[in-house]
Design a protein around this ligand. Structure first.
Ligand code: PEP
Ligand code: MG
Length: 645
């Protein structure tokens, strides 16, 4: 007897990629079929395919049912129910991307208002100014493959698709392995997911079998099928995934080697030849095309279609290519070879600039060059004041993906890896092995630079649904961070073991959050010691001298520093929480946010007490939290004597 879970869909942004792929992940663990039925749109999706789930057009408050049928339906029901009840409601974050001003909000410089040159306004999607000759590229349209009218042997076509898909999976995996750019890697990963998606492959098979058509035609029709569904969706983010499906389909068609080389499908899936510096203008650009572009010649990018969160645009930002999007038919409005200015800061495109505008933008570009030239030496230089006092500048991260840009922008280490992010947005806790992979990768990337991994800091405003934490009236004053460790012994032991094992791979340090007294310090050290003893017994390598520190974010600890200096190697002020607890003002409540005032004399005195207490104990202290990145406050932090910010 099939099982059913009925519920009202909770997410404001609809069923988008991330909740869909997490749902699919759980459904796939069971052999029972899982169908997602939306009683408003009357769409039925295969619960084991993210693409099919996204296409179900499910929106907030839609009445939905998940129908599970098969031998392990009871277990599947339990797992999916848990996920839908506990984790799903927390998955409604806004999709990645940066918000840039709309055309209406653009501030047109006075000189343009005065000169009134021909110019086009769109959305500035990647900052910076570029000036170079126009290169118009005939945009990509997924065209029906040329039919050969040969008799179709269904099995042969199915085999051909499988082979083409396998080839593409290999190609994408190889490109991903070589990629140096984390955003490029993410996008390639998304493409891998599409080409292996259950609903995508089933649809291709369905076309081949029911229409007895060629593999290429079936792939083309499948792309059209999903494109039509996504096109009608309310969410801009979902609509912008259209290009990814077309991109992948074009590449499968090319890989089928079906004699359609002359079509623009084939042209699109190959590299756009750039031989000199240009501004590339095209209707839309596939992510795979962007990846293949010779970036040394790509000065700027203007797209008539892509929004500011399409994958091509996300890539353009990752490679610092000034980009303007959303100027209708721009490819028809400019002439190949003519000079063009792309102003990604203001979302403006100016063809054939006159003398005055050329001068204006020459000066703007010179100003930007001067600023980055002035800053360039400091990126690789160690942090220090002009009179030579050293102050290390480290980055706060929540994932390994952020490390590359942190180091590229001059971080001298990772001052805080918020490990709880590794536990979020999933339906179960990561295993010791999974965590070891993540932390050791982080240690390898950091190399000899310090990497401080903070142990789990959950609770407060960082709930983890699968841990089933009780609701509290005052979560920030309650069951949070190390206060959970005794009750979640296995969870924290697995984390400590993973961190310790990773310590064999780099300059890793461990830090504990929310410590309020000496007893807690001693208990945490004992935990760590036990984990070390176990690893030692098992003959697993780790750094026995790994440095240990605590966060100073509860005021009571400030008055115990003298003794605690004998127990730990370093300290880091968690200013977000320290201010919250010092001023008794909830950090998440905007009504009292005015109280988080880093200039307030009593708070400065508190910081001074921390720095001098730690230094008197012969240890070092860093400052983290939002105020540490506030450039206006920098003289204060230097003056107070922090060793790291
Ligand atoms: C802090 O409290 O300042 C801090 C860095 O930690 P989190 O913001 O993660 O609580
Ligand atoms: Mg904190």
């Amino acid at each position: 007897m099939a099982r059913q879970i009925a519920f009202k869909f909770p997410l404001v942004h609809g069923l988008h990629a991330r909740p869909a792929s997490l749902f699919q992940e759980i459904a796939r663990r069971f052999s029972a079929s899982v169908s997602w039925e939306n009683d408003r749109s009357n769409n039925r999706a295969d619960g084991k395919s993210a693409l099919s789930l996204i296409a179900s057009d499910t929106w907030k408050d839609d009445p939905c049912r998940v129908v599970i049928d098969g031998v392990d339906e009871l277990e599947a029901e339990e797992a999916l129910k848990q996920f839908l009840e506990n984790e799903f409601p927390g998955l409604d974050e806004t999709p990645p991307g940066i918000t840039f001003p709309d055309a209406q909000e653009i501030k047109i410089p006075r000189v343009i208002k005065k000169e009134k040159p021909l110019h086009f306004a769109g959305a500035g999607a990647s900052r910076g100014i570029a000036r170079a000759p126009v290169f118009v590229f005939d945009s990509f349209h997924l065209e029906p493959p040329v039919e050969t009218f040969e008799t179709v042997i269904v099995e042969k076509e199915i085999r051909a698709v499988q082979e083409a898909v396998n080839n593409l999976v290999r190609e994408l995996s190889e490109t991903m392995a070589l990629s140096q750019n984390s955003i490029e890697k993410d996008i390639l990963n998304a493409h891998l997911a599409i080409v292996q998606d259950k609903a995508y492959l089933e649809k291709i098979h369905e076309y081949i079998v029911s229409w007895e058509c060629s593999a290429a035609k079936a792939v083309f029709e499948t792309a059209q099928y999903f494109a039509a569904i996504l096109q009608s969706r309310k969410s801009l983010y979902i609509r912008q995934r259209l290009a990814d499906i077309k991109d992948i389909s074009a590449r499968v068609i090319v890989s089928l080697n079906c004699g359609c080389k002359a079509s623009s499908t084939a042209a699109a899936a190959s590299a756009i030849p750039l031989t000199e510096p240009v501004i590339l203008i095209t209707e839309n650009l596939l992510p795979s095309q962007f990846i293949l572009l010779d970036k040394t010649h790509l000065r700027g990018l203007v797209l008539s279609e892509a929004g500011t969160i399409s994958h091509s645009v996300i890539l353009a930002r990752a490679f610092n290519i000034p980009t303007v999007t959303g100027i209708e038919n721009i490819h028809k409005k400019v002439h190949p070879g003519e000079e063009l200015i792309v102003d990604g800061d203001r979302g403006l495109v100016i063809p054939a600039p006159n003398k005055t505008l050329s001068r204006f933008y020459d000066l703007e570009m010179a100003k930007q060059r001067r600023i980055s030239e002035k800053n360039a030496p400091f990126i690789s230089a160690p942090g220090a004041t002009a009179d030579g006092k050293k102050i290390e500048v480290a980055a706060n991260i929540g994932s390994v993906a952020e490390m590359e840009s942190a180091f590229l922008n001059g971080a001298e280490g990772i001052g805080l890896f918020r490990s709880e992010w590794v536990f979020m947005n999933r339906s179960t806790a990561p295993t010791e092995e999974e965590q070891f992979d993540i932390y050791s990768m982080a240690a390898l990337i950091a190399g000899k630079e310090p990497l401080i991994i903070r142990t789990l800091d959950i609770g407060g405003d960082k709930p983890i649904p699968y841990l089933d934490l009780p609701n509290e009236d005052n979560p920030f004053l309650g069951y949070r961070a190390i206060r959970l460790y005794d009750d979640f012994n296995d969870l924290i032991t697995a984390q400590l073991r993973a961190i310790l094992r990773a310590s064999a791979w780099g300059n890793l340090k461990i830090m504990f959050p929310m410590v309020s007294c000496m007893e807690e310090v001693l208990a945490l050290k004992k935990r760590l010691k036990n984990a070390m003893l176990d690893l030692e017994k098992e003959g697993v390598p780790f750094n026995p001298g790994v440095e240990t520190g605590i966060m100073v974010e509860i005021p009571s600890i400030v008055f115990a520093l003298e003794k605690i200096c004998r127990e730990v190697d370093f300290f880091s002020v968690g200013s977000n929480d320290l201010a919250q607890y010092f001023f008794a003002a909830d950090r998440a409540n905007p009504v009292v946010s005015y109280l988080h005032n880093p200039f307030y004399p009593s708070f400065l005195r508190l910081l001074k007490k921390i720095v001098s207490g730690v230094h008197a104990g012969g240890k070092w202290v860093g400052l983290c939290g939002e105020i540490a990145g506030n450039i206006d406050c920098l003289p204060l932090w230097v003056g107070l004597g922090f060793d790291v910010i």
